[in-house]
Design a protein around this ligand. Structure first.
Ligand SMILES: *[C@@H]1O[C@H](CO)[C@@H](O)[C@H](O)[C@H]1NC(C)=O
Ligand SMILES: *[C@@H]1O[C@H](CO)[C@@H](O)[C@H](O)[C@H]1NC(C)=O
Ligand SMILES: *[C@@H]1O[C@H](CO)[C@@H](O)[C@H](O)[C@H]1NC(C)=O
Ligand SMILES: *[C@@H]1O[C@H](CO)[C@@H](O)[C@H](O)[C@H]1NC(C)=O
Ligand SMILES: *[C@@H]1O[C@H](CO)[C@@H](O)[C@H](O)[C@H]1NC(C)=O
Length: 769
């Protein structure tokens, strides 16, 4: 209602202006022009990362670089690094694998008993389900490990003592509350300060989710504590244990069903409350994680899938502790995945902020006023939680959700993929890789559900502005040609070795973290990789991952933030940066739909970098052809470059600067084109309309018919010449009947009304304020 009224007021004001014939034209132009411009530029700058393509695509890995472990092809899932060995929880077996060679060192076999299996079968479960899936693995002491498994829908935990050749069971207990019954349920566990913390599902039916550390748990069957959660990971840091999961959002329940991502935390010192709270957490709090594309209506990636460890680093010169996480959209919506980073400080800040609460089931969730929060503040770590007043403990029972969502560091995702080919499943981070110019970057390895690993980073993370995201996708590797989903990832980076452990359900592989020399043979190609591991050695003339780049940095050329460097001889470095940009504008004409401009310094040019080496698809990594940055971001096929020869003249600008220039350039052109056509049609329309109106004025003047009835336009003998109206302003053809009626001022009312359509006006307002 208010909207319509506003638009009506605005339009009637407009009509007056417009009927004031001469001035009106200018005003209209002035009004429409910025609208057109802003809406166009706005579209161009949308945060969707259109057309960001990997610099290298590898569809077949070099067998000699790989290590492979097949075991018994038995549902590898859980990974625990134990020094130089890797413990892999699988079906009925825990493998102890050397990280150096990926050879099996030892194995622990634990099959369910026949009794348990037949009981499980009796309950109607399949043979596949009635096995022992290992879900908890933790080192309790020097020689003891704790293992819990689903054990044919009868979860059990065992303590195993390590002997040089074998493992001996020393203790066996029920695994209720520590391990799910159903192998499909997602759970997570972590051993911290001598205690096991788990987030899992209890009960055969799987209806009792809980976060548990003996004897404390979350409230049972309380949807506000946990609502059909899928647990993703757990992290111990200082006095807290954090859990990451997604769950049905209880604060959204009045509006339909929605899944949100959460971080929850408990204090390691929590001893439970007094009396009836003695086996309940007094410190369990949770908050939403906000991984979204900012905008008037943010686009949310709501379903967390995996997190990294805590990464300690310098970002724009400031220290921070980050947790990277992979998010996806729900499976039944537009398929999209994103990686966001969250700063530990922001998580803590959210937990120190207002709580969310609601008066009654049907009331909205609102922030709880400070005055209603008891003292001492609930959810803090205290020496002895059993001495907390009942007020505090009772409050937290009903208010464990924080009002604010944890904002993403940098304010938006680092990389996004929208398209139907795959979704991200997992993430591992090799933190703070130092480059030749002293900047440090976190290298992200992202697994997908079709067997790929994507190497990506934020090229702007070392830059000054803390809001800087320059998504860089260095490499996309097809690790499992059978397209098995990647179920886990681990970076193993020692002084001697650097490799990535990639796990699928029935295979474990290691791949090198980098192969600089294979991917680039020239200085400019090496720098264009934007790979923090790879620098161009100017004396040996190779693209190398040598550590010397850090202490002999003047001998090495590397520039991750920009992807080009003036020191590379193949690149003409005569022109200054300004002339380069103009050159770019000249070389790339306005492209209406798909621009195949030969820029893209981020891409490898086959002719430049591949000196004398035939590109054999079966044995060498495949390069992506020169790709357009204006490629469809919904995963359309890359367009081959049309004219690769032009490229060397123009490349050496920052690709992102180049992209921005393109956007502004094309947007401007379009805006100018559109506005000039509008202006010219206005002029023509105005002149003809003016002549007509002069002619018809005598008849029309003071025509009372508009006041006669509410349906003016249906009046059979309405005397307005429709041609007159249509030519006066070309924009005004489709009008709604009501408008004509309500806009009392006669004659030109119709035209003015439509041009003052309130939508773009609002938009303009928002942009300028
Ligand atoms: C598992 O594989 C090993 C060799 O890797 C083999 O000796 C053993 O029989 C297999 N076990 C099962 C249950 O298939
Ligand atoms: C795994 O094997 C290595 C090498 O044999 C050994 O040092 C390590 O203690 C083993 N770990 C476990 C948990 O068995
Ligand atoms: C566990 O997580 C996987 C991967 O996100 C998902 O496909 C599956 O549905 C989850 N299981 C349950 C029981 O929610
Ligand atoms: C999430 O972040 C975006 C962008 O930073 C912001 O616009 C939006 O309001 C945030 N959403 C919530 C629920 O905090
Ligand atoms: C908590 O205990 C530690 C040592 O156990 C002590 O240093 C600290 O002062 C105590 N804090 C409070 C608030 O009692």
């Amino acid at each position: 209602m208010t909207l319509t009224r506003m638009s009506l007021q605005r339009s009637s004001r407009f009509q007056r202006l417009i009927s004031d014939s001469r001035r009106s034209k200018q005003l209209l132009v002035l009004l429409i022009l910025p609208l057109m411009m802003t809406s166009l530029i706005d579209n161009g700058e949308a945060a969707w990362q259109d057309g960001i393509q990997p610099h290298i695509r590898v569809s077949q890995l070099d067998e000699s670089d790989l290590q492979r472990f097949m075991g018994n092809r038995s549902y590898f899932k859980l990974l625990e690094q134990d020094g130089d060995s890797l413990l892999v929880g699988a079906r009925n077996i825990v493998y102890n694998i050397s990280l150096k060679s990926l050879d099996e060192m030892k194995r622990l076999e634990w099959y369910s008993t026949n009794d348990d299996i037949s009981m499980c079968r009796l309950k109607g479960k399949s043979e596949e389900e009635c096995q022992n899936y290992i879900r908890v693995l933790a080192r309790k002491s020097e020689d003891t490990i704790l293992v819990c498994g689903t054990n044919a829908f009868k979860p059990m935990c065992r303590h195993y003592k390590q002997t040089p050749s074998d493992y001996e069971v020393t203790k066996e207990t029920s695994g209720e509350g520590l391990c799910p019954y159903d192998p499909n349920h997602n759970s997570t566990a972590i051993y911290a300060d001598g205690d096991l913390y788990v987030a899992t599902v209890a009960q055969f039916s799987g209806t009792d989710p809980l976060i548990y550390r003996e004897p404390l748990r979350t409230e049972q069957f309380n949807f506000e504590h946990l609502n059909a959660p899928s647990f993703v990971s757990s992290i111990h840091h200082e006095e807290y244990v954090y859990f990451f999961f997604r769950e049905t959002a209880v604060e959204y329940i009045n509006c339909g069903k929605m899944v949100y991502s959460r971080v929850a935390r408990v204090c390691t010192r929590d001893k439970g409350g007094a009396h009836k709270f003695r086996n309940r957490w007094t410190s369990f709090l949770k908050a939403r994680l906000n991984c979204s594309l900012p905008g008037e209506f943010p686009f949310y990636f709501n379903e967390i899938q995996s997190t990294s460890h805590i990464v300690d680093g310098l970002y724009g010169g400031k220290p921070a502790q980050l947790i990277y996480a992979v998010f996806t959209t729900p499976t039944n919506s537009i398929s999209g995945s994103a990686v966001c980073a969250f700063r530990l400080e922001d998580i803590l800040k959210t937990f120190d902020g207002p709580f969310k609460g609601h008066e009654d089931v049907n009331f909205n969730w609102l922030p709880v006023q400070n005055s209603k929060v008891p003292e001492p503040r609930p959810g803090q770590c205290v020496n002895d939680s059993r001495t907390l007043p009942e007020m505090t403990v009772n409050f937290i029972k009903n208010h464990n959700l924080m009002d604010q969502a944890v904002p993403a560091f940098w304010g938006k995702p680092i990389v996004i993929y929208t398209g139907f080919k795959y979704r991200y499943t997992h993430i591992a981070v090799d933190p703070q890789i130092e480059t030749a110019n002293g900047k440090k970057f976190d290298v992200l390895f992202i697994g997908t559900d079709n067997g790929k690993v994507i190497k990506a980073l934020n090229g702007g993370s070392a830059g000054g502005a803390s809001q800087n995201v320059i998504p860089v996708i260095v490499e996309e590797m097809l690790v499992f040609p059978q397209r098995f989903p990647v179920t886990n990832l681990l970076v193993y980076h020692t002084a001697q070795e650097a490799k990535l452990v990639v796990v699928s359900q029935n295979e474990i592989l290691t791949i090198p973290l980098h192969s600089c020399n294979k991917h680039a043979r020239t200085c400019s190609a090496c720098v264009a990789l934007r790979d923090p591991y790879c620098a161009w050695d100017t004396s040996q003339r190779i693209c190398t991952s040598s550590k010397q780049r850090i202490w002999k940095s003047d001998k090495f050329v590397q520039n991750v933030a920009d992807g080009w460097d003036a020191r590379c001889p193949e690149v003409p470095s005569t022109s200054t940066s300004t002339s380069r940009t103009t050159e770019q504008i000249v070389t790339c004409p306005p492209c209406p739909v798909k621009c195949v401009c030969p820029n893209g310094p981020g891409y490898i040019d086959n002719e430049v970098d591949d000196i004398g080496r035939p590109l054999n698809k079966d044995t060498s990594p495949q390069r992506s052809p020169q790709l357009s940055r204006h490629d469809n971001h919904l995963g359309s096929r890359p367009i081959p470059q049309e004219d690769p020869d032009i490229r060397p003249n123009i490349s050496p600008d920052s690709p992102d600067a180049a992209r921005d220039y393109h956007l502004i350039y094309t947007a401007e052109t379009l805006a100018i084109a559109v506005t000039s056509s509008i202006v010219s049609s206005l002029v023509v329309g105005f002149i003809s309309g003016y002549i007509f109106s002069r002619r018809c004025r005598t008849e029309e003047m003071e025509s009372p018919y508009l006041d006669e009835g509410p349906y003016g336009e249906t009046q059979p003998n309405a005397r307005i010449d429709p041609r007159n109206l249509d030519t006066f302003l070309p924009v005004s053809v489709n009008n709604k009947p009501i408008n004509l009626v309500l806009n009392v001022p006669p004659k030109t009312g119709k035209t003015a009304n439509s041009s003052a359509d309130n939508k773009p006006l609002q938009k303009a307002k928002k942009i300028y304020l």
